[in-house]
Design a protein around this ligand. Structure first.
Ligand code: SAM
Ligand code: SF4
Length: 315
């Protein structure tokens, strides 16, 4: 369905848990955050009902995210349930991949179409420091397993962290040289854990174009600007919420693990979806979509107005 500004809303990002097996510096505090109680987290049936209503309203694509979606018990069954919903063409997942290796085959068989894998560094010491708990070896094992079981068109997401990983722009981008994958650089957004970080941590994605002058613009996909270099099989993407407003192209809504609809990532507005009948769900979802804000107000100096941290929303 279209919102009041004519944007066609076709994409739902569903946070299946607020828990995570990592504690990335910019996303979660070292000792974690108070976690939702089990009874406050949407059940699989509640998630299916929300996806069914969203599909009825025109949503075609669902992203399973978190927290870390792979820590949700039964994630393979949930994937199968969501993939079976009438009208849903694509179920995809955003993951840190550290738990992926033993689950990759089952997720593929359950109907997961594609993976976005978060990878901010290719240096194992740095990975340990940035994620606080995770290991690069586990993430690479997950990436390899995904390849082996036949996941293709994987997208790698690296958050640009001034002074922490900007020296890895070229090596990260070069993953797209010999493989048909997208490596996307995301501007760090001032929210949650990093809302008060110093200015030098927030760098514009223009830095990627300075480091890789051979990149040529080849179009866009959703909110990602795409680039390619001569002879490369894959592409480099830039997602720049801090320096460019792409809200007019936004086609997504979000649902948190405790069942709140967020029409905009950076707005404080949340609408409760729990406990509603299927007719009420349709009504509340369509009103929420209609009222999606025109744009957010976040930029290099101003923090997000979202009331939650990223691990609670799912990116
Ligand atoms: N745990 C999964 C993962 O890391 O891929 C999924 C959830 S995580 C919150 C989703 C994405 O949000 C990750 O790519 C992460 O790097 C990104 N992210 C978290 N905090 C961010 C921030 N402040 N600015 C930009 N991206 C952020
Ligand atoms: Fe966990 Fe993903 Fe946040 Fe890292 S970015 S702490 S992996 S939810």
């Amino acid at each position: 369905m279209r919102d009041n500004l004519g944007r066609n809303i076709r994409y739902l990002r569903l946070s299946v848990t607020d828990r995570c097996n990592c504690r990335c510096l910019y996303c979660m505090p070292a000792h974690g955050v108070p976690m939702l109680r089990h009874k406050d987290v949407l059940s699989f049936e509640e998630m299916r009902a929300i996806v069914e209503a969203a599909a009825w309203l025109g949503v075609k694509k669902v992203r399973l995210t978190g927290g870390e979606p792979l820590v949700r018990r039964g994630i393979v069954d949930l994937t199968r349930m969501i993939a079976a919903v009438d009208g849903i063409d694509e179920v995809v997942m955003t993951t840190n991949a550290t738990l992926l290796a033993p689950m990759a085959a089952d997720l593929k068989a359950a109907g997961l179409s594609r993976l976005n894998i978060s990878l901010d560094t290719l240096n194992s010491e740095r990975y340990a420091k940035l994620s606080r708990i995770g290991t690069l070896a586990d993430a690479l094992a997950g990436i390899e397993a995904a390849r082996e079981v036949g996941f293709t068109h994987t997208k790698f997401n690296a958050v640009l962290l001034g002074g922490l990983n900007e020296d890895e722009i070229r090596p990260l981008a070069e993953m797209a040289q010999n493989e048909p994958v997208d490596v996307r650089f995301i501007e760090l957004m001032r929210m949650g854990e990093c809302a008060c970080w110093p200015d030098e941590r927030f760098i514009s994605a223009d830095r990627v174009l300075e480091v890789l002058p051979e990149l040529e613009a080849v179009g866009s996909s959703g909110v990602t600007e795409l680039f390619c270099a001569p002879g490369w099989q894959g592409r480099v993407g830039l997602i720049r919420p801090m320096t460019h407003k792409f809200c007019s192209d936004c086609d997504r809504i979000r649902v948190t693990a405790d069942g709140m609809l967020k029409p905009c990532l950076h707005s404080a507005s949340e609408i409760a979806l729990r406990g509603l009948s299927s007719e009420e769900l349709l009504d509340v979802l369509s009103k929420g979509i209609a009222q999606k804000p025109k744009s957010h107000t976040i930029d290099l100096k101003h923090a997000s107005k979202a009331l939650r941290a990223m691990n609670e929303i799912g990116g």
